[in-house]
Ligand binder design. Structure first.
Ligand SMILES: [Zn+2]
Length: 257
């Protein structure tokens, strides 16, 4: 599932590719995605991300708002032809940009451009003090708390596991029991991992591809996610898989306390 670094990757690539251009045609190819109306002829002012939401701002104040959900991605093609599982098409002179989504959970709607989704962005608005305050009244495990999109919009399972490992924090710990120093350490780890993953265009362990159909590279930097039974690079212990808040969770019992 695309998480913050993958959505940020495609956001930057779309911005570079289509900002300032006039949409020649915009067509829904699969009605399950939503009913965005006809936006042909409008100029794209910018492409923005909040959490896992992607917004293409149009002249006139509205925006096309996408959520990629499980398997959604964008694909730019210069040649003619429609790729498999295409659900939506933007066309510009000389290039077509498709939303491709094999599992068909991605959504699209036309919204007022100023509207924001609830939840502070997990990278741009990350704040250790605010997180600690929000956690005070909660009994959930830190890992489940991190995945709450109203708390850390854009956080997902892979990067939550990796950030907790980097911070040395056990994913089962009650979130309200973390010390101020641990919140700072966790916030620094989240920021570090997101920035690195964005610079490597995300994690392609299953079907993630960028706007140009290329895999990301961050799967080569994962330390715990998907590595049950492997040796921990820090303490030599064995990486374990457990379930926290209903989600598969990878961690090192030796050095995450
Ligand atoms: Zn370890």
């Amino acid at each position: 599932m695309p998480e913050l670094p993958e959505v940020e990757t495609v956001c930057r690539q779309l911005r570079a590719a289509i900002k300032g251009k006039r949409i020649r045609a915009a067509r829904v190819l699969d009605e399950k995605i939503g009913k965005p109306g006809d936006t042909a002829g409008r100029i794209i002012l910018d492409v923005e991300r909040q959490g896992k939401w992607l917004r293409i701002r149009l002249e006139g104040g509205q925006a096309l708002e996408f959520h990629l959900r499980m398997t959604g991605r964008f694909l730019r093609l210069e040649e003619k032809g429609v790729p498999p599982h295409a659900r939506f098409l933007f066309s510009f002179p000389g290039e077509n940009i498709f939303l491709v989504d094999p599992r068909r959970f991605a959504t699209l709607s036309l919204v007022e451009g100023k509207n924001r989704r609830p939840g502070a962005d997990a990278l741009l608005e990350l704040d250790a003090g605010a997180l600690r305050k929000k956690a005070e009244s909660r009994k959930t495990a830190i890992k489940a708390f991190m995945l709450d999109q109203k708390v850390l919009a854009g956080m997902g399972n892979i990067y939550a596991c990796e950030a907790l490992y980097r911070s040395g924090i056990d994913p089962r710990r009650p979130c309200r029991g973390l010390s101020p120093a641990e919140w700072k350490r966790l916030s620094r780890s989240i920021r570090f991992i997101f920035k690195e993953a964005i610079s490597m265009r995300g994690t392609s362990i299953s079907d993630w591809r960028d706007l140009y159909g290329r895999k990301g590279d961050f799967q080569n930097r994962l330390r715990v996610y998907g590595s049950a039974g492997a040796k921990c690079r820090r303490c030599g212990g064995e990486i374990a898989r457990i379930v926290v808040g209903g989600r598969g969770t990878y961690y090192c019992p030796g050095c995450q306390v």
